[in-house]
Design a protein around this ligand. Sequence first.
Ligand SMILES: CC(C)(COP(=O)(O)OP(=O)(O)OC[C@H]1O[C@@H](n2cnc3c(N)ncnc32)[C@H](O)[C@@H]1OP(=O)(O)O)[C@@H](O)C(=O)NCCC(=O)NCCS
Length: 281
Amino acid sequence: MKAPSPDKRPSVRIRELTSISDYRRLPDIQVLVWGHGERDLTPAHQYRISTQMGGILLGAFIKKELAGFVYSFPAVFNRKLVQHSHHLAVLPQFQGYGVGKALKWAQRDRALRQGYSRITWTFDPLQAKNANLNFHVLGGICRTYLSDFYGTGSALNLGPKIPTDRLLMEWPIRQKRVERRRRGNFDTCEQTALAKALERKTASSNSRAVNPRLKLHDKRILAEVPLDIRGWREKKRLDLIAAWQAGLRRVLTHYFGQGYAVVDFLFGDRCFYVLERRRSR
Ligand SMILES: CC(C)(COP(=O)(O)OP(=O)(O)OC[C@H]1O[C@@H](n2cnc3c(N)ncnc32)[C@H](O)[C@@H]1OP(=O)(O)O)[C@@H](O)C(=O)NCCC(=O)NCCS
């Protein structure tokens, strides 16, 4: 579905969710957005206690309808206090209207006011649309690959036997790069130039999904991901999803180990993670 142009987007109002009746609506949204079964649902009482103890829970409303929410709780990462964001969900009929973005920026505002410098979260690296949001739109980075993090056998998997691999996102919410993204500066020209310059520095791509290049030493390298794996899921081509996942896992774990981090994402007919060498080992 093509997103409506910004002037046609409905206005979104964001407010904290603070009542038991608010919390009780959230498991239903989880079911509609992720198809979670009972075993995977986060219950209302979890939202209740974590908001009492410093969590941030925001709802997005279109007219009077709850269109989505974002939820995070205090956590420790690299010995620093962070907010860890566990849910970002927008109901299917409201997706593509800017609601997800608005929720993340509002989450950042709240976290800044509470004195935080970092928000973390996990997401499935094969979801190109989410990767674009996380890296390119929000300015997050990643240097941690979590293999089969939630185990198999739930709605969190892309298929019954496909591991739940995740990237651990770090969002340095006080840094200038994030502030620039907040103001809508996405360095598009720089991106186009980058994509051209990097054509030969692609560690994994369509033709190399299973057999990636692991001996690159350039300052920046690319790793390709499929544009949209939903079609493969619908056609039950789980073999293709598994092959891409295995290839991407090899590439990212290898280059993270060499001191690279994912710092951006190129979204188009073909999609690429942009890795940058941060330090040498
Ligand atoms: C991911 C999700 C929260 C995004 O919310 P949303 O309201 O649909 O997204 P927005 O309209 O705010 O768009 C945010 C960004 O996502 C990306 N995006 C959204 N729709 C897209 C599309 N159809 N194609 C490509 N990118 C898209 C873009 O980067 C977009 O930013 P831009 O418009 O500045 O380019 C929502 O789609 C969702 O609930 N998905 C299912 C649950 C999920 O994946 N949660 C996140 C786990 S990390």
